[in-house]
Design a protein around this ligand. Structure first.
Ligand SMILES: Nc1ncnc2c1ncn2[C@@H]1O[C@H](COP(=O)(O)OP(=O)(O)OP(=O)(O)O)[C@@H](O)[C@H]1O
Ligand SMILES: [Mg+2]
Length: 453
């Protein structure tokens, strides 16, 4: 829920714009402070706490630079790194908004704005910021972000990871079953540990079973245990993973690989907490919190009849999707430094950074193997590195695989990018999009045609 008492700082050099925004935001219960000069905005942000800043980027050009808005953005960020900043701009100067987003603005509003849309953006940003703060608090208590003995160090500063952090913060402490989905190497195992680390079960065992690595024959005895003599090799009684996880968290990895023949049995145990060791009829109970993960399209497995729908329902009370690394490039830098420190220490090498070529490659490489691939390539970099900095070639990544970044886009490409974004925001409604962009319908359609949208 958005905090209705949220404090919003608005900055615009036009008094009528400030008044209109004040009239829009106040009835929503927000506390609004409105200032005209960038310097006044900065002073306000330095002396008082705000939950969001809404700033104009197009200050009257009494200087030739036209960058007062961007300067203000940078200064606000320096004053309070956690303050979400939304920028306002006329459609005619929308490239500045692109630049502002690239420099960390959270969203943009084009003038003249649409009231419900502006409110939606404000509420959305307040909600995201609240989630991040809630997670930080939890994380501090539980050392997730800092690492430490109780939980793994989870690096996630990007916008794409915010909903993930939010879900972790909300459901981590509960006993809800969580299904983590995502491509190989996106951090599913790490997130499973994080969920455990912030749960009430943190002091109890975290037991992980990889369903992909279990031959069908040993599946049952691995999960539920066996008694002596149950089969030829069963020389003694042995507890299964369910029993070992009693009171704690059981992490079922690669659930797409659970043999169909075993799914009904597993479902029963998940529903009742009861199971029998192989070779015995004595019923045991275990109280486990279940976290599972898959990189398969599990819905397709269900449709194809390979995975029981009732089992999936049981597993995915909460579903948590980890975006691929290419969709959270802002995190690459921090992750790279994290892995660099780790491997430099492990291999006792005095490697302290990356040369510009390596930085460029890290930024633009598509990372099909996600965070794990980044980890491995930096490990290689540390090992191959002759001096104190890792060079491009030390990373061992294929050149030419890079995808274009905003920096390399032409103005036309940027315009096409923006039109796409606005279209998506208007749910494909061309009229609403044209209006939001301040374009006549014919001008808008010409552009759609021009860019093949
Ligand atoms: N956000 C992150 N911060 C720090 N380290 C991370 C992060 N995400 C992943 N890692 C590291 O990257 C490696 C791969 O992560 P992990 O094994 O959790 O991925 P996975 O999604 O389980 O992969 P797979 O599908 O192949 O099992 C691990 O060493 C993990 O510690
Ligand atoms: Mg894994």
């Amino acid at each position: 829920m958005t905090n209705p008492n949220a404090r919003i700082l608005i900055a615009d050099d036009q008094a009528d714009v400030l008044e209109a925004l004040r009239l829009l935001l106040k009835p929503e219960g927000f506390t609004v402070e409105a200032v005209r000069a960038p310097a006044a905005a900065l002073k306000a942000a330095e002396s008082r706490d705000f939950d969001l800043a809404l700033i104009d980027l197009n200050y009257a050009r009494d200087t030739t630079s036209g960058t007062e808005g961007l300067d203000l953005l940078a200064k606000l960020q320096a004053a309070d790194a956690t303050l979400p900043v939304v920028v306002m701009t006329a459609w005619a100067s929308v490239e500045i908004a692109v630049e502002a987003m690239r420099r960390g603005a959270k969203d943009f509003v084009t003038k003249p704005w649409d009231n419900p849309r502006l409110l939606a953006i404000v509420r959305n940003q307040l909600e995201l910021a609240r989630a991040v703060r809630a997670y930080r608090r939890l994380a501090e208590e539980n050392q997730i972000l800092r690492g430490g003995k109780s939980g793994p160090k989870l690096i996630a500063e990007s916008a794409a990871m915010r909903p993930v952090l939010d879900i972790i913060a909300r459901v981590g402490p509960s006993d809800a079953n969580v299904l983590i989905t995502g491509e190989n190497g996106t951090g599913k195992g790490l997130v499973a540990q994080a969920l455990h680390a912030i749960s009430a079960r943190a002091d109890q065992p975290f037991i992980s079973v990889n369903m992909g690595g279990l031959p069908e024959g040993v599946f049952e005895s691995e999960l539920f245990g066996h008694v002596r003599g149950a089969f030829t090799d069963a020389k003694a009684d042995r507890a299964g993973r369910f029993e070992l996880a009693d009171g704690g968290t059981l992490f079922l990895d690669e659930i797409g690989n659970i043999p169909h023949s075993q799914q009904a049995k597993l479902l029963r145990t998940l529903e009742t907490g009861e199971f029998e060791r192989v070779g015995s009829s004595k019923t045991h109970r275990a109280n486990v919190r279940l976290v599972s993960a898959t990189n398969a399209d599990i819905a397709a497995e269900v449709t194809g009849g390979r995975f029981r729908q009732d089992l999936l329902f049981r597993l995915n009370t909460i579903q948590l999707h980890l975006p691929p690394l290419r969709e959270r490039r802002e995190d690459i830098d921090l992750l790279a430094q994290h892995f660099l420190r780790q491997h430099a220490e492990r291999y006792r090498k005095a490697v302290t950074g990356f040369d510009p070529g390596a930085v460029e490659t890290l930024k633009s490489y598509p990372w099909p193997g996600n965070v794990r691939e980044l980890d491995h390539s930096i490990e290689r970099g540390v090992l191959m590195c002759a001096g104190r900095v890792i060079r491009d070639t030390d990373l061992g990544l294929k050149a030419g695989a890079a995808s274009p970044s905003l920096e390399d886009m032409s103005l036309e490409e940027v315009e096409a990018f923006f039109i796409k974004k606005v279209l998506a925001r208007s749910d494909g409604n061309a009229r609403a999009a044209a209006e939001a962009l301040g374009l006549s319908r014919s001008a808008f359609y010409r552009r759609l045609e021009k860019y093949g949208l």
